[in-house]
Structure formats: structure tokens, C-alpha cells
Write a protein that binds this ligand. Structure first.
Ligand SMILES: N[C@@H](CCC[C@H](N)C(=O)O)C(=O)O
Length: 282
């Protein structure tokens, strides 16, 4: 199987061009290629496909083999792949995902995509749609205790579920301990959850660490950055344009009130191209 390893702010995936390759058991292939010792090493697998309703379609799988609805860092890399590898010469493209069709603007320099702006759509807070179990209309600054720590949690979906909690200092978060307790609390989060730990620096800047559903701690999460900025706005902690510092780099997130859409701008990077034998995995 030919592949390209790419990352967005250190959130790395193995990308496969399904115009040329067929991947039969994507969940198992994702587990195999993601292994950082016995595979290629990644946070998961992203398949680039043809679409009947948009320019392209992407399917994303976490490193545990589960399928996610949407991937913010991944969709920027898909945009870079289709442009840099000659599948399109358009600088405005649409990509079908399990969370709907997303519209992207490619910022090209010297014939290659450097950064991408994505219209990430409307943030969703209705508990049943996140999904999070609650009697209220919105889970906003709700008290929750995990591993003996008290948090205030806000829940937002960007097509995939996010629980956002505010902390004093992201460098002190015991994420390996806290992350799985949120992720696997099936009584609160029937589809599991991604969890963002947010330190507000000022009204335009935050630090974020993320524990991703199906992947553990990653260096960045685009949907998580959008969900977190919306949670900051709802909790009156930031303005509408926020620079999000992640372990692997920065993302610019903007909330457009008129459209009620989140916009994300960030880099997309090719690491290397390769070929791997997946005989027996499918
Ligand atoms: N890293 C991604 C999100 C990937 C999916 C997530 N783990 C899930 O299962 O929802 C991003 O950049 O948005």
C-alpha cells in the first residue's frame, strides 16, 4: 500500500490515495500503521476518496481502529495532498466528511499548499447531539469530578464530541490519568469523548492539551481547538478570535457570529512518502 505520512501541528496520520489504492479493512489497517514500534507511527489513518457531492471525500480512523466523524488537522492535510499531488488545481475545494461537507481555502506558496482555512461549520451544544447525557439544554460549566479532581465542563460537538475543562496550568495536567476517565465514561458520553484541557492566557490566547477519543494524548486537535474556543466564548473567557497554542504548534480559530460558524487556519506538512506491506491485515 502506497501512503504519505503527513501532520498538522504534530497531529500525524497516514494518508492513502484511494483513487489508486483499495483499503478493505480500514480499522485494522489503521491499528497496524499507527503502531509507533511495529508500524509507520501515527495517530491514525485517513483515506482520500472520490465523492458524489463534493470535490473529495475523507474517511478518518483513530489509532485504536475506531472511525471518527471529522478531523480538523486531517482535513487540512487532505487539502494539501490533493493540491500538491496534482488531484486538483483549485484553491477553494469542498470535502465530504461523516460530519457533512466542509469548504476549504488553500493558501499556496511556490506551487505548494502552506496553510489552509477551513469552514468548520456550526458548533453544536444540544446534549443529545453532542452526545452527552444531561437533563439540561446545554452542558455549560457543569461540575464533574474525575480521579479525585473537580472540573467545570462544557460540552460541544464539531461533528465529533468534545468535553472542555478549564485548568490553571496545562503543563501540570495528569492527562494520562484524567483523559481515559472522561473518554470511557459511557454513562455520560455514550459515544466516548475527546477531552480538552484549557488554560486561558488572555482574551485572545489559550493553551490547550487534548486527550483524543481512540488515540490518547495527541500534539493537536483541530475540531478540539474549535470546540474549545466556542466553550471559551460561552463561558465569557475569550473574544471571538483566538490563537490556540497546542503541544505541536498554533492554530488560529475564529467564530463568525453572523454565520454561527467556526473557522480554523493552520499548517499542513508532508513528512514522507512510502510503501508498506499490509498482507494479512485486511
Ligand atoms: N485529531 C482530530 C480529531 C480526530 C478524531 C477524534 N479522535 C475522534 O474520535 O473524534 C482533529 O484534528 O480534529
Amino acid at each position: 500500500m502506497k501512503f504519505t505520512k503527513m501532520h498538522g501541528c504534530g497531529n500525524d496520520y497516514v494518508y492513502v490515495n484511494c483513487f489508486k489504492e483499495e483499503v478493505k479493512n480500514a480499522g485494522a489497517v489503521s491499528r497496524f500503521v499507527s503502531d509507533r514500534h511495529f508500524g509507520i507511527g501515527s495517530d491514525g489513518l485517513i483515506l482520500i476518496k472520490s465523492s458524489e457531492v463534493a470535490d473529495f471525500k475523507m474517511a478518518m480512523y483513530n489509532s485504536d481502529g475506531s472511525e471518527g466523524e471529522m478531523c480538523g488537522n486531517g482535513i487540512r492535510c487532505v487539502a494539501k495532498y490533493v493540491y500538491d499531488y496534482g488531484l486538483t488545481d483549485k484553491e477553494q475545494i469542498s470535502i465530504e466528511t461523516k460530519a457533512g461537507i466542509k469548504h476549504l481555502e488553500l493558501q499556496v506558496n511556490g506551487g505548494k499548499v502552506e496553510t489552509v482555512t477551513v469552514d468548520m461549520g456550526s458548533p453544536i451544544t444540544t446534549p443529545a447531539e453532542v452526545p452527552v447525557i444531561s437533563d439540561r439544554d446545554i452542558v455549560l460549566a457543569e461540575k464533574i469530578t474525575k480521579g479525585g479532581m473537580d472540573y467545570e465542563m462544557t460540552c460541544v460537538s464539531m461533528g465529533n464530541p468534545h468535553a472542555i475543562v478549564f485548568v490553571e496550568d496545562t503543563s501540570k495536567v495528569e492527562i494520562e490519568k484524567a483523559g481515559p476517565l472522561f473518554e470511557n465514561d459511557k454513562e455520560r458520553f455514550p459515544n466516548r469523548t475527546n477531552t480538552e484541557f484549557i488554560q486561558v492566557l488572555d482574551r485572545g490566547t489559550i493553551n490547550m492539551r487534548v486527550w483524543e477519543r481512540g488515540a490518547g494524548e495527541t500534539l493537536a486537535c483541530g475540531t478540539g481547538a474549535c470546540a474549545s474556543v466556542y466553550a471559551c466564548i460561552l463561558n465569557e473567557k475569550t473574544d471571538d478570535e483566538v490563537l490556540v497554542h497546542l503541544l505541536g504548534g498554533d492554530l488560529k480559530i475564529r467564530y463568525d457570529r453572523e454565520k454561527n460558524h467556526m473557522f480554523m487556519t493552520g499548517p499542513a506538512t508532508v513528512v514522507f512518502d512510502g510503501e508498506i506491506d499490509i498482507t494479512g491485515i485486511e
